[in-house]
Design a protein around this ligand. Structure first.
Ligand SMILES: NC(=O)c1ccc[n+]([C@@H]2O[C@H](COP(=O)([O-])OP(=O)(O)OC[C@H]3O[C@@H](n4cnc5c(N)ncnc54)[C@H](OP(=O)(O)O)[C@@H]3O)[C@@H](O)[C@H]2O)c1
Length: 430
């Protein structure tokens, strides 16, 4: 058999430890598929004395991960440190600069600096592989870039953050508020001590930026993604969603319209009949729509040691086999220049929940504003009676331009009979 592929792993945390275990436990299967053994020969992490669950004693240890790139005995570098800048970025640039293939699970790095890194990789003619960066164990990068390569992709959407999906599922199943469920998720290890990257939608937006680049063959552009998280989703809205036959999901959606490409991450009212509505708990899902293939949905575990290691090793096998694909599916000069659209250009249906004083004439004031703004209503729901007190009223609109909806909302929010800031949730099947 040929010489082993010599791999350096930077970062020996959840994913790095998982990669070492997979390569040890599945060595025979991996080397058969790679056509040669894949051997980790060098590693880097911060704490040399930490138990990694796998022996690292015989491997070359580097305190400085960037030094892995210039180790002459290393063929490929796997970056599993994390963060869009700092040592992860320095290592990525040094690896590609040294003419070596780079494998990374780092969505933040790719979303923010992916355009530059891809250009550098193309110029140097080295692979840059990142299957683990989006939806963990689900092979969505390969599916979009290679499996669906014959299609024009019209949309790609997904449940891209397991922490948010777990929280929203628990809120629904247990009828509990966001803050309580988040605290429980932190105790169980499903949410980080600082959960803001997850619950504010940033992590999902990093992944969506990458998916949009692949789906539409254009350079990655994180700053164009509209991002809203799930902090403001209430138990009351989840209960109304159930009553109206929707599920609230944090979706990332990239869609081609006549005017350009919209990329947005926000809580969505998803019709319960949509396949993505049934994806619960920590599971992720990605739905892509192609002109010849139609709709394709992939679902599975989006994080964790095993699923993420599975994706990293798939990339290593491709590199061992010399299977190389351009980073965004096409060479830089063939990438698309279709413009990104701001959220104000979105057109869709909306769920609007108001807390209004229970008094005659209040609803008439609200519907007059909607009529003036050209917003037509599909349905309205009012629950409970409590004269003189605040009661919830839910309105579901037909397709409406976001700009009209926003202006209507400002006017409605200013009515003296509207007691809280109105809640607006976009309706989308993904
Ligand atoms: N966890 C997941 O399920 C998952 C899923 C998909 C993608 N990812 C991505 O995979 C990457 C790694 O995530 P993770 O969950 O494995 O992170 P993690 O458990 O926090 O591990 C990070 C590792 O990087 C090492 N490290 C940090 N700073 C370093 C430095 N300056 N020099 C050398 N090593 C350094 C740490 O060393 P010490 O151990 O010595 O502190 C640790 O081993 C991130 O980009 C993440 O977004 C993770």
């Amino acid at each position: 058999m040929s010489r082993p592929l010599s791999v350096a792993v930077a970062g020996l945390g959840t994913v790095g430890g998982g990669v070492l275990k997979l390569l040890r436990d599945n060595a025979a299967v991996v080397s058969a598929r790679a056509g040669r053994p894949i051997a980790v020969t060098a590693v880097s992490a911060r704490d040399r004395s930490k138990d990694r669950g796998v022996p690292v004693a015989g491997l070359r240890w580097y305190d400085d991960p960037v030094a892995l790139a210039s180790d002459p005995a290393v063929d490929v570098v796997v970056e599993l440190i994390g963060g869009s800048d700092g040592p992860a970025r320095a290592l990525a640039e040094a690896t590609i600069g040294a003419g070596k293939p780079l494998v990374t699970a780092n969505k933040a790095l790719l979303a923010v600096h992916g355009a530059g890194l891809a250009a550098q990789a193309e110029a140097r003619g080295v692979p840059l592989a990142f299957e683990a960066a989006v939806a963990g164990g689900i092979p969505v990068i390969k599916a979009l870039r290679e499996g669906l390569a014959g299609n024009r992709i019209t949309s790609v959407a997904g449940i891209l953050n397991g922490t948010c999906n777990y929280i929203l599922t628990q809120m629904r199943e247990r009828g509990r508020e966001f803050a309580e469920v988040l605290a429980d998720a932190q105790k169980l290890g499903y949410a980080e001590a600082d959960p803001s990257f997850d619950i504010d939608g940033i992590d999902a937006a990093h992944k969506l930026a990458i998916l949009a680049a692949l789906a539409f063959g254009r350079p990655v552009s994180f700053e164009d993604v509209h991002v809203e998280g799930i902090r403001r989703v209430s138990a009351l809205d989840i209960a109304f969603a159930t009553e109206l036959d929707y599920r609230i999901k944090l979706l990332g959606i990239a869609r081609q319209t006549e005017a350009g490409i919209e990329t947005r991450v926000h809580p969505c009212m998803v019709p319960r009949s949509a396949p993505i509505a049934t994806v619960d708990g920590v599971f992720n899902a990605v739905v892509a729509e192609g002109d010849f293939v139609g709709r394709v949905m992939l679902t599975g575990r989006g994080a964790g040691e095993g699923p993420t290691a599975s994706a990293v090793v798939a990339d290593l096998i491709d590199i061992a086999r010399n299977r190389v694909t351009p980073v965004w599916g096409a060479a830089a000069e063939a990438l698309s220049r279709v413009p990104s659209l701001p959220i104000s250009a979105h057109v869709g249906a909306y769920y609007l929940r108001l807390m209004v004083v229970d008094r005659p004439g209040v609803i008439a004031d609200v519907t007059a504003i909607l009529r003036d703004m050209g917003v037509s209503l599909e349905s309205m729901l009012q629950r409970g009676r409590s004269p003189g007190e605040a009661v919830p009223v839910v309105l579901v609109t037909h397709e409406t331009p976001e700009s009209a909806m926003r202006e209507a909302l400002d006017r409605i929010g200013a009515l003296p009979t509207v007691m809280e800031e109105p809640t607006l949730i976009r309706i989308d099947a993904g």
